[in-house]
Ligand binder design. Structure first.
Ligand code: HEM
Length: 443
């Protein structure tokens, strides 16, 4: 009766991986009351995410996320979503990215000053926490032109509680999610605290009446074409929570996984440091450096292949459809799981091997586009992908100018699939100051 639901609850990634290994690129699954198809063929994924995207909504599994982000850009649908997407789009244009790149480097510089004190004391860092705090500062400064001050601690503390609870109850029954058990109460309390911070961001801007060239101003000044009304506080809250969460967690995990992989591939780590020295030297990194940081970018792309922070997402069919010759009925779910697609041996030979060489232009040109989906694709693809890649590349470069990150030995780190894919239980690392400004160890 429950189909694969018990397996998904205990180990979703293994369940999807085994299904694809055993049955191939298109697998029918019974998940509790739903029928679902797991898609691994890029042509089928393209069909659902792009060519016939109108026939699909986000699946009911996104309802868990709706409890937190409400009806924001990630979860809204149809004409309402399209209007919000068009409103937000200018905040991600290239000209804005160039301006934001400098803030990204600035925030990283502030972190490095703190790291200097940590390194001087010979202490280790929790890399995941550090990357989370950094990308959080960046998203707030670039999109909302503010610093959270003391409230930063609240976001930092509450989001992991919220993320964990949603991840753990993803496949749970309504009863399990609504009973006033300690775990649920902790979740509700964390959500209220996070919400208070968001209302603080909105309230401060309203009171100050400033007009910044940022996302918050775009949302605040938006007017409905017919009624002339602005966005109400609830909608603003939903959009700000969405950007705050979608805009920092994923990128920070991409960085953590990249450092995890580099620690196992010191040759690639050295090449990156050498590239940073050649391209940037000791000066402040900038947006225009990025296109020349090809080794760095390819390592990041490969890290997003092996450990896609958004490891899986799903849709629900609004009407009957046909995929690869199979009938799909209205109401059925479709699972697109980057973690699994990125490991299909047909698309990615020797899939577990870390090989940034997969991302040379020659290799990329022969691979189907939807074989690589860390940012999804089609109209609902990630609005922040260029922002994230710019941010992650600049952070890696800025850190590489001063430190090599070495993992504390003998840690058992495993991917934990909550809403996002986290390195559990965390990553402890040592900061190794480079000998010369960008490292004599480079050769
Ligand atoms: C490495 C970093 C990131 C990854 C892996 C990632 C991944 C994704 C994926 C897979 C989706 C599509 C989900 C689906 O189709 O159901 C998505 C959507 C979205 N992402 Fe990202 N993301 C990243 C960074 C960012 C950043 C930096 C921002 C904002 C500044 C952002 C904001 C959003 C929003 C608002 C959506 C919903 C877009 C829409 O439906 O119109 N993401 N992201």
């Amino acid at each position: 009766m429950l189909g694969v639901l018990p397996h998904l609850r205990s180990n979703p990634i293994r369940t999807f991986l085994d299904a694809a290994d055993r049955y191939g690129d298109l697998v029918h699954m019974k998940v509790g009351p739903y029928h679902g198809l797991l898609l691994c063929d890029p042509a089928h994924i393209r069909h659902v995410l792009q060519d016939n995207a109108r026939n699909y909504h986000k699946s009911p599994l996104f309802d868990r996320l709706r409890e937190v982000v409400g009806n924001g850009l990630l979860t809204s649908e149809d004409s309402f979503w399209l209007r919000q997407r068009r409103l937000a789009q200018p905040a991600f244009h290239r000209q804005r990215l160039i301006a934001m790149a400098d803030a990204m480097v600035g925030c990283t510089g502030e972190m490095l000053e703190r790291w200097d004190r940590i390194a001087a004391r010979g202490e280790t860092i929790d890399l995941v926490e550090e990357m989370m705090a950094l990308t959080q500062t960046i998203i707030v400064r670039t999109m909302f032109s503010t610093d959270l001050g003391a409230a930063a601690e609240v976001v930092h503390r509450t989001w992991p509680i919220i993320n964990r609870r949603i991840g753990e109850t993803f496949w749970a029954t309504k009863l399990e999610r609504t009973l006033p058990m300690p775990a649920n109460r902790r979740f509700w309390r964390a959500l209220r605290e996070l919400e208070a911070v968001v209302y603080q961001i909105i309230g401060e801007r309203r009171r100050a009446g400033r007009d910044e060239p940022d996302l918050l101003s775009m949302f605040l000044s938006a007017r409905d074409e017919e009624t002339g009304a602005g966005m109400d506080d609830r909608q603003l809250r939903d959009e700000v929570v969405t950007m705050l969460l979608a805009g920092h967690e994923t990128t920070s995990l991409a960085l953590s996984w990249t450092y995890y992989l580099l620690s196992q591939h010191p040759d690639v780590e050295r090449s990156i440091a050498g590239e940073v020295e050649r391209v940037i030297g000791d000066r402040r990194p900038s947006f225009t450096d990025i296109e020349r940081l090809t080794i760095t970018r390819r390592a990041l792309d490969e890290s997003l292949r092996l450990y896609p922070p958004a490891w899986g997402f799903s849709r629900q069919a609004l009407g009957d459809d046909e995929i690869g010759g199979y009938r799909l009925r209205k109401g059925w779910l479709v699972f697109t799981i980057p973690y699994v697609v990125h490991r299909r041996p047909k698309l990615w030979p020797d899939p577990e091997r870390f090989d940034p060489g997969r991302f040379t232009p020659e290799q990329e040109s022969v691979r189907p586009k939807f074989a690589y989906i860390p940012f999804g694709g089609g109209p609902r693809g990630c609005i922040g992908n260029q922002f994230a890649l710019t941010e992650a590349t600049l952070i890696i470069a800025t850190i590489a100018q001063r430190y090599r990150i070495e993992l504390v030995p003998d840690q058992q780190i495993r991917p934990e699939p909550l809403i996002t894919l986290r390195p559990a239980p965390g990553i402890r690392a040592v900061l190794k100051r480079r000998e010369s400004p960008t490292g004599r160890a480079l050769q």
